[in-house]
Design a protein. Structure first.
Length: 472
């Protein structure tokens, strides 16, 4: 291990290769030093983990290092959703939280992220400070550890269960009473932290549920715990095969992302869910404010914002930027194409549990399927079809890629480029409103290619032109 590097959501690594106890203790000590330097040591730090292999052990080791630094720790008593940890930061007014999660990465990964006292993902100035501190100590025994029983006796460690307070807060934000008219709902926590958080509120309100993959499995059934169409085919089959099921709701490994399956088994792109919920919250809830989306997210959100005359904020990829706008009470809803969203008055962090229940409320109150609601919205603002591909690069293509985007191409698929956005990668907006975005991964030889057009046929041509530019 030569360097600790925080990405858009913490530091992630492969278990036993770079994600080891020694390296984790260095990162936790760096976080402890950051908290002390911030003058928030007395507020304490929450520590949690998702359902990945050894997550609970990593969490306990983090608690020992924090106690060794004299920082009080609130240790979650089971694997805990990321948004629940965020909620607990705000409820306790803690200095922040350390969360061991690799979100929707494959099972061989784990990760650690720090969320500061405002409850959202750490902003770049925070992660850079932690990175600097960690890399200066890497390879050294730079931490002091305290035994857990001693930490408890000294008042430096307390085991907590944040579930009840989080679910109580959801009762104030979701109209569960209307869900009684919905009918049976299928649930899929994907062997992750959403277990209990999805079914218990629904069952308490007498909503019939059908649940799959509802036990802890660090291998996540052999797939990445990502609620995308590719990885939830068993769940889609369950919804499609039961005519009584009105809606399918899924969350990823740490329950900060969502997956929605309509009553006929159709997987609904997260991009469209963000736009649908924005429209619903303005029309049916009377919410006011702006909306935020990442640069890679559908412009269907823009069309809904224009329809209602509200301000649109475009952010770089990384939910921390959206979370910051939520914390400043500037937006009704903020979302990313990668299935992350939150709403005004809620935590400044992605919340897949909240997203699932909001969709259920919308479908129940409107009395229409998600597809029917989407078609109605298209009729009002126009049709948007979106796609994303990961394109792996050879060493030669990777070396040449940066130079290909230094000059703006004149056109793609015969459509002239009207504007260029270089906020996060290179986004080319065409004269007809369609667009392509090229984003190079910071951790692997991959280009993420995003595109959107008004029809599937046109989008196919645009994506082909994008691939051609990368491979040229």
């Amino acid at each position: 291990m030569t360097r600790i590097t925080f990405g858009t959501s913490g530091w992630r690594g492969i278990l036993c290769e770079d994600f080891t106890f020694d390296n984790i203790k260095v990162v936790v000590q760096a976080i402890a030093d950051h908290v002390v330097a911030s003058g928030e040591k007395e507020k304490g730090v929450i520590v949690g983990c998702d359902s990945r292999f050894m997550g609970d052990r990593f969490a306990k080791e983090a608690a020992r290092v924090l106690a060794g630094a004299g920082i009080r720790t609130f240790l979650c008593n089971r694997d805990t959703p990321t948004p629940v940890i965020s909620h607990e930061i705000l409820r306790r007014r803690a200095a922040g939280a350390i969360n061991f999660t690799a979100s929707h990465n494959p099972p061989e990964y784990n990760g650690v992220k720090f969320s500061p006292s405002w409850g959202g993902p750490a902003l770049p100035e925070t992660t850079k400070d932690i990175e600097r501190r960690a890399n200066e100590m890497l390879g050294e025994i730079c931490y002091k550890e305290c035994q857990l029983d001693s930490a408890i006796k000294e008042g430096l460690l307390e085991e907590i269960d944040p579930k009840e307070e989080y679910l109580r807060d959801l009762e104030r934000k979701i109209d569960f009473s209307v869900l009684k008219s919905l009918g049976k709902v299928a649930l899929n926590p994907m062997y992750g932290t959403g277990r209990g958080y999805l079914e218990e509120p629904l069952m308490a309100h007498h909503v019939p549920v059908e649940i799959v993959n509802n036990y802890r499995d660090p291998y996540f059934g052999g797939f990445p715990p990502e609620p995308s169409e590719k990885y939830i085919q068993d769940f889609i089959g369950k919804v499609k095969g039961d005519p009584q099921i009105r809606l399918g709701l899924a969350t990823d490994g740490d329950a900060d992302r969502f997956g929605i399956v309509d009553e006929d088994g159709t997987f609904i792109e997260p991009n469209y869910i963000i736009a649908l919920l924005l429209d619903y919250m303005i029309r049916m809830r009377g919410c006011t404010g702006g909306v935020a989306r990442s640069v890679a997210t559908s412009h269907l959100v823009d069309a809904v914002a224009k329809k209602h005359g509200i301000e649109l904020f475009e952010t770089p990829v990384g939910f921390k930027y959206i979370g910051e706008l939520i914390s400043k009470d500037k937006i009704i809803i903020g979302g990313e194409e990668s299935a992350g969203l939150t709403i005004k008055g809620h935590v400044p962090e992605k919340d897949g549990i909240l997203a699932c229940f909001l969709v259920a409320e919308m479908v129940a109150r409107e009395g229409k399927s998600v597809k029917a609601l989407l078609e109605r919205l298209y009729g009002e603002v126009g049709r948007f079809v979106t796609s994303r591909e990961n394109i792996h690069l050879t060493p030669e293509l990777e070396e040449a890629f940066a130079g290909k985007l230094q000059a703006t191409p004149a056109e793609f698929a015969g459509i002239k480029v009207k504007d260029t956005v270089t906020m996060d990668g290179a986004k080319f907006i065409m004269e007809d409103g369609s667009w392509l975005l090229f984003r190079k991964s910071g951790t692997e030889p991959v280009v993420r290619l995003y595109g959107e057009a008004s029809s599937a046929g046109q989008l196919s041509k645009l994506m082909a032109a994008g691939r051609e530019l990368i491979h040229k």
